[in-house]
Structure formats: structure tokens, C-alpha cells
Design a protein around this ligand. Structure first.
Ligand code: AMP
Length: 494
């Protein structure tokens, strides 16, 4: 067994079905995927790579990039995807830390890798061509899949790491298969589904969530090299599923061609990786008649909670614990919090990772003595068991001894007329320890800071009201749509 053979249990039944279709109209059937991944797996073996060895890939999105990943699963090699934006110093750290036996990169990056390490390199460009594809073409199209255990390492995902060194989360074959199976069932993904895939392939969202359950179902995937609102809208009428980060939905709403008719065939819109604004959630329902399903997860654990496919999808919440995943919210004394009381989110289940690569102490710190993983997120339950995320634990603001949850202030600020969205951070303050500070995007530049502060004072306790509100045109976001509060802290801190 390995995760690939689990995803693909009945080769004959799906052989002729389309697996991937590209923007240029190239189509790969499931049978093609099996042959291509077998060729690459044979190549990897011929290079001397053995089960457990790491294969680092810093490649543009293409069907071949996905085949490389699947080939690693087949050969029992540990796949290590790297963000295409990473530069020299970051790469030197990842390669030094993970010690891969092979690097696959864009042809123009080979020289850079040769300067930072002596690891063998193959190339793969955005069209899926390069020495990897050339050499794989000479290999047999059948491969005897490696027999792996559920606890064997399948992937290392480096966390984005806003503080300190980036950590490599070790995901096992069992982690991948359990989450894939759960999501396929929970979201009722079937063979006739067509997913529009506009996410990057170096992150858990695009590589796992938007791929594994689809393969498991024998469904079809439309690949778009990157997110482009008008290109997505052109293709949506042929799709049944869209998985995106909140930014996708906010941008699509700006397109006049987003109408009920354009999304008539869609069965499900899923959002995750960052909080979906209530405003976007409501506007989407109004405009399209569809309720976005928001879910919550992280690199270390795959998906943790989801709003139900059948049943009420509640805006501003990330839904209910997925089947088989246990979630608890703990107060500072290590006791479960009550309804509506924020605390630290801890989880347990077959989806939870095996620890951080070569960081046993860090791993130990992140688990409780009774083996729950501390997600680092803060959340609270509502009376019906729906979870809301109130922020990252490290974003919690302590001002004059009081705890302030940024999310609460952001919601209060966003609710004021003229405010589009906001991010609330704590900045060092000589008297209070930290001062609540807001950075806001407003529709009307004439809005006054003092006026907003005065309005907030009527809605929330004085200690929670931002001392300053800075206006910006756009909040800084990373590729997955997450607001980069560390950048804001740097910019506005002293
Ligand atoms: P990553 O490991 O890059 O996927 O980041 C995981 C983090 O993203 C989580 O720990 C959360 O802080 C955040 N996150 C993911 N999904 C959501 C969501 N639906 N709402 C709020 N935060 C989310």
C-alpha cells in the first residue's frame, strides 16, 4: 500500500476517464497518468533514490509537476514541494535541512542550485518539458508500487514560519489517505465531478485538498496555471466544483459576468486557507444563489473542520469537526472552555502529522502530554458546535493586562459603514505593553480615523478600541490569501 495506490484502487474502471485537462486543451486520461507516473517512478529509482529519500521540487504548475508528486508516492520517496517564490537564502536553508537526493527545478534555476549544493538536479518548465520529462520518456510505463506503511513519510511541507526557522511538517501516507477519504465522503465528490483548479501546487490546499479526493473519485480536474478571475469565469460553466482561497471569491465578485447562469452547474464552492469575510460570504449568496462552504485546516494536519455539505453552512464559522477528527478548545489552565469562550484549538486524529523534520524538541512542545496537537489557532464554539477561528495564538493582543482577540475588533470595524476590511495587531506600547492598532481599507478616503474610533467606542469596551487606525489601499497578503500581520507589525511598529 501507498497513498497513490489507495487513491487509485480500481485502475480498469477509470482508465479512459479524463484526469486532467489544461488551458491549452491538453487532456490526460487516468491511464496516461498511470503511465506517466510509472515512467517518472522508474527514473527516480534509476537515479539511485530509495524509499524514504527526499525529492525537492521547485517547479511551476503543470500536469507533469503533479505526476512527479504522484510518482514519489508510488516509489515511496518523500516529496518536498517548494514555493516558486523562494530565493537563494531560503532555498539554501530548505536544501540544507531536508538533504534531498534530487532537486527538480525550472531550467533557469539549475545554476543557482549548483551554487548552493551538490545535489543532482533535473529540470521541468511551465510547459512540463525539461530533462525530467526527457529522461522519463525512456523509461518503462509500468512500475511496481512501493509497499509503505500508514506511518511512513510521504511529504514534507515547510510551514511559512512567520517567526523563527521554518519547520518541515512530516506527513505520512496514513495522514494523506485518511483526509482524502474523509473529504471525498463529506463533500460527496463523485466520478462525474469536474473541479476547476486555479491554486498553486506547492501548498496543502492545491496539492492535497483539491487533488486527492478527486483522484479517489475518478473525477476530472481543469488545470489553470494561476488564478485569473476572467479565465476562471470562462471555464466555470463546465465545472461542478471550485476550491479557492477567500481572495478568489472577492475578486470574482468584482466581475460583472459573475451571474446565477454562469454558475448554474456548480455543485459546491469551497473556501479555506484564510478567513472568509462575512461580507464576501453574504455577497456571494446574494449574487449566485450558492452558499460558500468554508473549511479549516493546516499543513500539519490536513483538514480539521468543515461546514456541512448537507445542512446549514454558517458564515463566519469553519463548521464542525470532520468525521474521525477530535477538536477541543482549552483555556489557559488547560481546561475546556465553554460555549462562546475563546481558547486554544487542539486536535487529534489520523490526519495529524508525525512531527517536525529533525526537530524532536519543537515537536514535543507542540503536543500536550495527552498527545493533542496544539494548532496555534484560537477559536470558540457556538451553541450548535460550529467552530469560529478568532486568530492565531501569537496574534493575541495583551493590552494593559486584558486579552484582546484581533478578530473581534476586525469584525466590529468591518461592520462600520465605509470600511471594507481590516487587520488588527498589537504594537509595543510603553504603558500598556501592547497597543491595539488597526490597519483598514476604506471605500471613502474622507473617512476620519477619529470618527471611526468614536463609533467603535459605542460598540465595544474601551480597552479593545484601537488606539490608531491606519488607512491603506490593500492589506498585504501571501499567495494563499493570508494577511501578513508580521509585515504590518514591522511597518507600523517602532
Ligand atoms: P497553512 O499551513 O499554510 O495551510 O496555514 C494554516 C493556517 O491557516 C491555520 O492554522 C489557520 O490559522 C489558517 N486558516 C486555514 N483555514 C482557515 C479558515 N477557513 N479560516 C481562518 N483561518 C484559516
Amino acid at each position: 500500500m501507498n497513498a497513490y495506490s489507495f487513491f487509485n484502487p480500481e485502475p480498469a474502471a477509470t482508465a479512459e476517464r479524463i484526469f486532467i485537462e489544461t488551458e491549452t486543451g491538453l487532456r490526460y486520461r487516468y491511464a496516461d497518468m498511470r503511465e506517466e507516473t510509472a515512467r517518472i517512478a522508474n527514473l527516480l529509482r534509476s537515479l539511485g533514490l530509495q524509499p524514504g529519500d527526499r525529492v525537492a521540487a521547485q517547479v511551476d504548475k503543470s500536469p507533469q509537476a503533479l505526476f512527479l508528486y504522484l510518482a514519489c508516492l508510488r516509489a515511496g520517496l518523500c516529496y518536498l514541494p517548494l514555493n516558486t517564490a523562494y530565493q537563494r537564502d531560503e532555498l539554501a536553508y530548505f536544501i540544507g535541512d531536508a538533504e534531498p537526493g534530487l532537486i527538480v527545478c525550472a531550467p533557469e534555476r539549475e545554476a543557482l542550485y549548483a551554487q548552493i549544493c551538490h545535489t543532482q538536479c533535473l529540470s521541468l518548465n511551465a510547459e512540463g518539458r525539461g530533462s525530467l520529462s526527457d529522461r522519463a520518456a525512456e523509461q518503462p510505463d509500468r512500475f511496481d508500487d512501493a509497499q509503505m506503511g500508514l506511518d511512513d513519510l510521504a511529504v514534507i511541507l515547510y510551514t511559512s514560519g512567520t517567526t523563527g526557522r521554518s519547520k518541515g511538517a512530516m506527513l505520512t501516507h496514513g495522514n494523506l489517505t485518511s483526509n482524502a477519504d474523509t473529504l471525498r465522503r463529506y463533500w460527496e465528490i463523485e466520478a462525474d465531478d469536474v473541479l476547476l483548479h486555479a491554486l498553486p501546487l506547492f501548498h496543502i490546499h492545491g496539492l492535497f485538498v483539491a487533488i486527492h479526493p478527486l483522484i479517489l473519485a475518478g473525477a476530472r480536474i481543469f488545470f489553470q496555471s494561476k488564478f485569473d478571475a476572467s479565465a476562471v469565469l470562462r471555464r466555470l460553466p463546465d465545472a461542478t466544483l471550485l476550491m479557492g482561497v477567500p481572495t478568489f471569491y472577492a475578486r470574482l465578485l468584482q466581475e460583472p459576468t459573475l451571474t446565477r447562469e454562469a454558475v448554474e452547474h456548480i455543485r459546491l464552492f469551497v473556501s479555506g486557507s484564510a478567513p472568509l469575510l462575512r461580507e464576501t460570504f453574504d455577497a456571494w449568496t446574494q449574487r449566485t444563489g450558492h452558499t460558500i462552504l468554508e473549511r479549516y485546516g493546516m499543513s500539519e494536519s490536513g483538514m480539521i473542520t468543515s461546514n456541512p455539505y448537507r445542512g446549514e453552512r454558517r458564515g463566519g464559522t469553519v463548521g464542525l469537526p470532520l468525521p474521525g477528527v477530535s477538536v477541543r478548545i482549552m483555556d489557559v489552565n488547560g481546561r475546556p472552555t465553554g460555549i462562546g469562550k475563546p481558547g486554544a484549538i487542539e486536535i487529534k486524529g489520523p490526519n495529524v502529522f508525525a512531527g517536525y523534520w529533525r526537530m524532536p524538541e519543537k515537536t514535543q512542545e507542540e503536543f500536550t502530554s495527552d498527545e493533542w496537537f496544539k494548532t496555534g489557532d484560537m477559536g470558540q464554539w457556538d451553541a450548535d458546535g460550529y467552530l469560529s477561528i478568532v486568530g492565531r495564538a501569537k496574534d493575541l493582543i495583551i493590552t494593559g493586562g486584558y486579552n484582546v482577540y484581533p478578530k473581534e475588533i476586525e469584525l466590529a470595524l468591518d461592520a462600520l459603514p465605509g470600511v471594507v476590511e481590516s487587520a488588527v495587531i498589537g504594537l509595543p506600547h510603553s504603558d500598556l505593553g501592547e497597543a491595539v492598532t488597526a490597519i483598514a481599507v476604506v471605500v471613502d478616503e474622507r473617512l476620519q480615523e477619529a470618527e471611526l474610533i468614536a463609533q467603535l467606542r459605542q460598540n465595544i469596551a474601551a480597552y479593545k478600541v484601537p488606539k490608531r487606525i491606519h488607512f491603506v489601499r490593500e492589506l498585504p497578503r501571501n499567495a494563499m490569501g493570508k494577511v501578513q500581520k508580521n509585515m504590518l507589525r514591522k511597518q507600523y511598529g517602532i
